[in-house]
Design a protein around this ligand. Structure first.
Ligand code: NAP
Length: 280
């Protein structure tokens, strides 16, 4: 049976360390989260972020905007936050309503306050093999989880299923920078299982139950990023845990794997930005 990659345990350890660090500051980091519209999943994510930040003593503000907010209004607010020295981190919760350009919004956030690492500046740095101000949270959390379990990336074949801007794409670059051989699969990939069978490490970020034990190489490492509710309302990941855990050497559960690591990474990024701005 595969060993569990326990994201909750590592999150708790990282947050405990961070709290000790934040306790020492005389002025505190301030994270501003902008939420536009009433997407229920986004509301839950934003609340979790706020609650976790508060537990650490990070000042955290959520700005709720109605769906009909204009792009101009949003850009003006970001400009104001960029100029406010007390605000050390800015996060715009995605997805945005369709009439607002995500590109324009991301472009407006100062890279030094870009806690998600999603601005074109930080993305460009990442994709050119340089160091961005901070790394995107979910990929960063995945790498921290693998490191905690001493799972080496160098020379390994890592297969990533999913090529979104928040997971697959930045993750592929971060893993490439660790000298792994990376294959990125997506909805148009043919013969997915032939590719997944060659993976030493398989990372799935799709949002559908698509990975079965028989698609895996013996003793591989599985990181399941997907999270969704099945037809019975049960929280599921992309990977069929029962069959996969019999083949793999390590597997991250859903829930309790990548999700907690994403939030821990957001807090790490908030503190990193603060320290850079204060030159600590
Ligand atoms: P997304 O933007 O919808 O991207 C999904 C990706 O999966 C796309 O690249 C898509 O390919 C690919 N795909 C769809 N069907 C496929 C198939 N049959 N075979 C292979 N690839 C397929 O999703 P996302 O935002 O990256 O999120 C993915 C999942 O991860 C969701 O369940 C989300 O909730 C979860 N997630 C979890 C965390 C966390 O912290 N735990 C963080 C972020 C996301 P195309 O590009 O060709 O369309």
């Amino acid at each position: 049976m595969a060993e569990i990659l326990d994201g909750k345990k590592l999150r708790d350890k990282l947050l405990e360390r961070l709290k000790t660090q934040v306790d020492k500051y005389t002025i505190k980091p301030k994270l501003v989260v902008i939420l536009v519209g009433d997407n229920p999943a986004s509301k839950i994510y934003v609340n979790n972020k706020k609650k976790t930040a508060e537990k650490l003593g990070i000042d955290s503000v959520v700005l709720n905007y109605p769906t009909e907010t204009t792009e101009k209004e949003l850009l003006n607010k970001i400009e104001e936050l960029n100029n406010d020295k007390s605000v050390t981190a800015i996060l715009v919760q995605l997805p945005l309503p369709k009439h607002i350009s995500k590109e324009n919004v991301m472009n407006k956030i100062l890279p030094e306050k870009d806690v998600d690492g999603f601005t074109p500046y930080n993305f460009g740095k990442l994709f050119s093999g340089e160091t961005p101000t901070v790394y995107p949270c979910t990929p960063k959390g995945i790498l921290l989880l693998l490191k905690e379990y001493n799972i080496e990336l160098e020379g390994k074949h890592v297969v990533i299923v999913g090529r979104s801007n928040i997971v697959g794409r930045p993750l592929s670059q971060m893993i490439l920078n660790k000298n792994a051989t990376v294959t990125v699969c997506h909805s148009k990939t043919e013969n997915l299982s032939e590719i997944t069978k060659t993976a030493d490490i398989l990372i799935s970020a799709v949002g559908k139950n698509i990975i079965e034990g028989e698609m895996l190489k013996s003793d591989c490492v599985i990181v399941d990023v997907g999270i969704f509710k099945d037809e019975n309302g049960k929280t599921r990941g992309d990977v069929d845990f029962e069959s996969a855990s019999k083949v793999a050497s390590y597997i991250s559960p859903v829930p309790g794997g990548v999700g907690p690591m994403t939030i821990a990474s957001l807090m790490l990024n908030t503190v990193e930005l603060f320290e850079k701005q204060q030159s600590l």
